[in-house]
Ligand binder design. Structure first.
Ligand SMILES: *Cc1c(COP(=O)(O)O)cnc(C)c1O
Length: 382
């Protein structure tokens, strides 16, 4: 056997023995809430489509119309010919929602952090990231060549300590955190982080992938904390916004620099027109329907309250099981009762904290939320 083949097979076998091999399961998301897998119809509590906008008629119509007008692809990088007219409209909408001067849309959220972070810091600089921050923040850190330190989760005192001892030795400091932690559902203390960053001339980047459309009337996690000053607000159009794409909202000068230098922007094809049109239509709905935006958190809190868990702070509720095989078994038991709750295993979460990650949607009927709570209760006791 050749060495490539034996490398791949050996690696897969090793992962298999630790219950860490991953496989794809074709899933038909029938309406954004009910899904079909292996001929079984299941109620999904694993989609990040918090407002059901991936299937909203107005959002679908906007995408279909954009395909008719502009075609399916953008044709090139935005700096070449891919900057179709919907892009600046979308960027204007995002900047308004977040309260910044300007915005830059990328191909995805992952590409956003992988491009923004290395544009702002490099060798001789320091990146400080929360230990539970999303993988794309760490990817951006590696690409940047900046020294990277792990901040103890949400520990503002630890940040103060690092900045007090290290700030003088380095040129620039970027502090990066999720606004809503993707696998834990808790919020970063953005007000206190931003005060410490300001005092030490460090730049704060918050990743609002799970905040936009859900928190603070849909404006996102930064707006939960009055007085928080966050110069770099990034996120994704693929969760509550229902489609695909990523963005950074910041000052005009920062955005102009990003559009000139961020490699995942310069060297990657622009977002397809339909994705931009869908996002604009979804942002319209978010802007005019704060009651819809409030529903995922209301449903999540009904669930945590039914089980006596700490009150949900976002649409995401983790039920930590422990070992990967036990989390797989717990997910199977829920599936037998008609629920799709995908288990999350290392390395997405730390070793020994494999979990069910339950994501609530505005469209989940209350009686189904109660039924899920009843199905999860015996798993908590185990
Ligand atoms: C999903 C997610 C991303 C990546 O966004 P994509 O648009 O899916 O690439 C980034 N950060 C966080 C916290 C996420 O949960």
């Amino acid at each position: 056997m050749n060495s490539l083949q034996s490398f791949a097979e050996g690696k897969l076998a090793a992962l298999e023995t630790r219950s860490l091999r991953r496989t794809l399961a074709p899933t038909h998301r029938v309406d954004g809430l009910w899904v079909e897998r292996d001929g079984q119809r299941l109620l999904s509590f694993s989609c990040n489509d918090y407002l059901g906008l991936s299937h909203h008629p107005a959002v679908k119509a906007a995408a279909a119309q954009a395909i008719e007008t502009y075609g399916v692809g953008s044709g090139a990088s935005r700096l070449v010919t891919g900057d179709h007219p919907l892009m600046s409209a979308l960027e204007g909408r995002l900047a308004d929602l977040k309260g910044t001067e300007a915005a830059c849309v990328f191909g995805s959220g992952y590409l956003t952090n992988a491009g923004v972070i290395p544009t702002l810091v490099g060798p001789g600089d320091l990146l400080i990231a929360d230990e539970l921050a999303h993988a794309c923040i760490w990817a951006g850190g590696r690409l940047s060549g900046a020294e990277t330190l792990r901040l103890r989760h949400n520990d503002v005192g630890h940040l103060e300590e690092i900045l007090t001892t290290r700030r003088g030795e380095v040129r620039r400091v970027l502090v990066a955190t999720d606004g809503v932690f993707s696998m834990d559902g808790d919020l970063a203390p953005l007000d206190r982080l931003s005060a410490v960053c300001r005092a030490h001339d460090a730049w704060l980047l918050s990743d609002d992938a799970h905040g936009i459309g859900v928190l603070a009337d849909g404006r996102g996690s930064a707006h939960v904390f009055p007085g928080a000053d966050i110069p770099l607000q990034m996120g994704t159009l693929s969760k509550a916004v229902g489609g695909y794409g990523g963005y950074l909202c910041a000052s005009r000068a920062v955005i102009d620099l990003i559009k000139t230098r961020a490699r995942t922007f310069v060297y990657s094809t622009g977002l397809p027109p339909a994705s931009a049109a869908a996002a604009i239509a979804a942002l319209d709905i978010i802007a005019r329907d704060p009651a819809l935006c409030a529903l995922p958190l209301t449903k999540a809190q009904a669930f945590t309250s039914a089980l006596g868990l700490p009150a949900a702070q976002s649409a995401i509720v983790p039920v930590v099981i422990g070992e990967a095989d036990a989390a797989l078994a717990a997910s199977r038991r829920l599936r037998e009762q008609g629920f799709l709750v995908v288990p999350i295993r290392p390395p997405t979460v730390p070793e020994g904290t494999a979990r069910l990650r339950i994501a609530f949607s505005a469209a989940h009927p209350d009686d189904q939320v109660a039924r899920l709570a009843a199905a999860v209760r015996p798993l908590l006791a185990a």
